[in-house]
Design a protein around this ligand. Sequence first.
Ligand code: GLP
Length: 242
Amino acid sequence: MRFLKGNTYQDMSRIAANQIAAQIISKPDSVLGLATGSTPIGLYEYLVKWYKEGDLDFSEISSVNLDEYRGLDGTSDQSYRYFMNTHLFDHVNIDKAKTYVPNGLAEDAGKECARYDALIVSKGGQDLQLLGLGNNGHIGFNEPADCFEPGTHCVTLADSTIQANARFFASAAEVPTQAYTMGIRNIMQAKKVVVVVNGKAKAEAVKNAFFGPITPKVPASILQLHKDVTIIGDAEAFSLIN
Ligand code: GLP
């Protein structure tokens, strides 16, 4: 595991954007595994800026997103499809037909999970998977549990996740209680993993995930077994580690 520290959120976002830009430049038809949440917003801003300056070309890129709320349509402004469109896809020359997010409105959850698993395989897996980190150590929506769930699955969100994500909704009651998420195998099969973390609230999760035991109680801890993981954080998120 490699740790890269930026002093501020801005620094950390630029360092993370550089990793993704390097991937796009070195393999223009990369499959990017993308993440939502507040943490990656700054790095997406850098990617858009560098695209506008002519330094990045997304024309051959395809993407698979980690997760989506169950019950939300892609046009709903709280959906992760909407997030990706507004923060990245609408501003760069990516072919939206090659950007994939689980279908929050799928009628049959089992079929949707199987479809998404097959889709990731058909794309050849992610060249680079970007991840945020939940306060409880979750990745995607893989919540603390008794075992690691390998493939795409439908989860009931932990109360702490609903509370943490309530800031994006009018109230906690409006946060969907279920979501589709890539599983641990889907994430671990990425050739390269980049984790972004910022703020004091993530410091404990960083310590537990990357310096504690490997356990499904801290889903991100499994990343200790991946051969190419870079964790990029600001000073606050790294404050409990050396
Ligand atoms: C959500 C997402 C995760 C994300 C996490 C942290 O629950 N499903 O993919 O990493 O929250 O979000 P934030 O970056 O806003 O702290």
